[in-house]
Write a protein that binds this ligand. Structure first.
Ligand SMILES: [Mg+2]
Length: 123
């Protein structure tokens, strides 16, 4: 247990309480992946209306949609035997190595690809 672990362990338990089909079946895992894409789309739509159509940003709605995204991330992680706290910690460690002095455009432009599976669009 470490950084972020306790909070996400409790969150993972709350997600398990509302998951359909258990944490190990493959069909729910595929459903969770589709749910994640759908909820990410809902976040993008809110931002499109704000940035592209001039609507006020609805922080309450954005909070709910980001919460839906987080729920699906936890559900997928648990279906794969992973814990959200471990994922968050690994991500923070990766970004600390990538940007030891914090993000800068120069550091982003000049960084070398990670040797293992880096995807375009990583922060
Ligand atoms: Mg939603």
């Amino acid at each position: 247990m470490g950084y972020l672990g306790n909070e996400f362990e409790s969150y993972d338990a709350d997600v398990r309480r509302t998951m359909n089909g258990g944490a190990t079946a493959l069909v729910p895992m595929a459903s969770f992946a589709m749910g994640l894409a759908g909820e990410a789309g809902e976040v993008v739509d809110l931002l499109k209306k704000h940035l592209g159509h001039g609507h006020d940003l609805d922080a309450d709605k954005l909070t709910k949609e980001l919460g839906d995204v987080l729920w699906y991330v936890s559900a997928i992680a648990q279906s794969a035997g992973l814990e959200l706290g471990d994922i968050a910690r690994a991500n923070v460690e990766k970004l600390r190595k990538r940007y030891p002095d914090g993000f800068s455009v120069e550091a982003s432009r000049n960084r070398k690809p990670d040797p293992i599976g880096e995807e375009r669009g990583d922060p």
